[in-house]
Ligand binder design. Structure first.
Ligand SMILES: Cc1cc2nc3c(=O)[nH]c(=O)nc-3n(C[C@H](O)[C@H](O)[C@H](O)COP(=O)(O)O)c2cc1C
Length: 219
């Protein structure tokens, strides 16, 4: 049985709530996925803190069913690029529907993923479909929700500390399990290059939904 400990929390006033929320919205509304990275180095300690922040996310029954692989090895990045491009060649050439390809046109993407080698770091998020602590299989709960939340925390944190990311899914991503030598209970969830945008990088001029399209109030 776990002990309970006193929770130290602080109450701030309404004006502070509003001011903080407005600042955070402005900052997060500037986050964009980037698809062209420079090879400028970034401090590893900051990435480790970001990963620790991600791991503060809530998870079903506190199972924390995630592993974050932090990759800077040029050899491993190269292996990942080659394997990802193999899958993406099939995705763009045969596996994606006409509708999907049409939806992707605005991003000017194709099967080529040079940024997987250029970005100083790749973070691969794995979800633990069950736990295997040596004493046999243990169930994890709400794994996708939990790992999605942790990844959201990670992306938000990286943006807040001035780093840039892409949420990348060169599916199927089984190759990541093999290249990174992960155990059978871990499945690749997302591949996130991290760094700075390349010089004069352009992003698609996407629109975010208006508040009245995403919010339903019940006063
Ligand atoms: C689950 C998921 C998978 C994604 N996979 C890819 C991908 O494989 N390649 C890519 O270029 N963008 C990918 N994206 C990025 C989206 O295209 C991008 O988040 C969206 O267009 C909104 O743009 P923004 O991130 O700049 O706001 C993915 C995003 C999510 C959430």
């Amino acid at each position: 049985m776990e002990d309970f400990v006193k929770y130290n929390w602080t109450k701030i006033n309404d004006q502070e709530h509003i001011a903080k929320s407005a600042i955070l919205f402005e900052e997060m509304n500037r986050r964009r996925s980037i698809r062209g990275f420079s090879d400028d180095p970034v401090p590893k300690e900051a990435l480790i803190n970001a990963i620790r922040t991600a791991s503060t996310a809530p998870s079903g029954a506190n199972k924390q069913p995630w592993t974050f692989c932090l990759i800077s090895s040029p050899e491993i990045k190269r292996e990942i690029r080659i394997a990802a491009e193999e899958e993406e060649k099939l995705n763009y050439g045969q596996r994606m529907s006409e509708e999907w390809l049409e939806d992707l046109k605005q991003f000017r993407t194709n099967w080529q993923k040079p940024f997987l080698e250029i970005a100083p770091y790749l973070i691969v998020v794995f979800k633990k479909v069950y736990d295997n602590d040596g004493e046999g299989k243990k169930t994890n709960y709400y794994v996708n929700e939990s790992v999605g939340l942790a990844t959201g925390f990670l992306l938000m944190c990286l943006h807040q500390i001035g780093l840039y990311t892409l949420t990348h899914t060169p599916s199927p991503m089984k190759f990541l399990t093999k290249i990174l030598n992960r155990p059978e209970n871990e499945r690749p969830f997302l591949l996130i290059p991290v760094g700075y945008p390349e010089k004069d990088h352009e992003v698609p001029d996407i629109k975010r939904k208006e508040t009245d399209e995403i919010l339903v109030e019940y006063p």
